[in-house]
Design a protein around this ligand. Sequence first.
Ligand code: HEC
Ligand code: HEC
Length: 291
Amino acid sequence: MLRKILKWTGGIIGVLVAIILIFYFTMYILVNNKKSKPYNVEVRMIDIPSDSASVADGAHIYATKGCADCHGDNLAGKIFIDDAALGMLPAANLTFGKGGRPASYSDREWLLAMRHGLKSDGKPLLIMPSYEFYKMSDHDLANLIAYLKSVPAVDHELPEPKLGPLGVVLSGLDKLPLIPAEKIDHRYKPTQAVQRAPTAEYGQYLSMSCTGCHTPALKGGPNPVPGGVYARDITSTANVGKWSLNEFVTVLRTGKTPDGRELQNEDMPWKMTANYTDEELQALYLYLQTL
Ligand code: HEC
Ligand code: HEC
């Protein structure tokens, strides 16, 4: 009897192990195919300025779009996820130093990365959230690229990205935004310039930076980083609807909420939103009140 039970459990465990291996192998192949699939897109060229006012404006955009969280304040790149299960994900060195952009890196390549989430060879960038940036107006993106091209070169070599077993499975199941190119409308034509004013329209444009975590409808959703804090509803039906403009500004500049909570920068990146101008925060507030 006992021998029979042992034989049965052994068999069941064997079958389970086989199922898990087949599942993992399928995910692995799927993710590898997605990673190496080349895209054929048409890159619409725009003029990149180099005057100091445009570069200064680009620096402000860099500081308000969260680029520094992954690429660092000096743009030299860093390993922003290093986890045995998830994997090791470095964000590129964006300067022209060693380990960064080659001297031949052209405006077309900057646009390919920012508007399409693709590398020079047409293969997808990993994790780089271009789906939050590709709708940026020509004017704003041109200034941002002007800034990227202007920063001092830093020598910093980074390892190749590597997915761990959990990273493979989550990417295969689309629970990790591994391939930004998949979430981009490659034929979208951004406007030339968006009027900067304390209006809901401008706030809607700025709220692109919030959608990656708070979801496109800004109604909240699970954190895109596995295991992260739930990204709350930030529409008028939630707390934001009860807060005054001043209270809203305080939350986005200090992380301190009117009801006495302290948001952690690792959960809600308020050190990034602290860089927004009064006008930008007012525009965001006005837009969120319409939702
Ligand atoms: C969540 C982290 C994250 C954020 C935020 C982020 N990036 Fe990236 N970025 C990456 C990663 C990771 C890569 C490298 C991807 C690869 O090599 O497959 C990358 C690559 C790039 C590249 C392409 C480099 C190349 O190899 O061609 C550019 C350009 C770039 N980022 C610019 C920016 C700018 C500008 C911002 C802000 C507007 C930004 N990134 C925000 C993670 C991020
Ligand atoms: C990297 C992810 C991420 C991004 C980007 C992000 N948020 Fe958040 N945000 C969160 C998370 C997670 C919370 C919940 C934190 C908590 O509950 O402690 C949060 C909380 C908030 C809150 C407080 C809500 C409440 O009821 O307490 C506001 C307001 C807010 N975010 C606004 C914004 C705005 C506006 C933007 C865009 C400019 C933005 N967030 C971008 C992740 C993000």
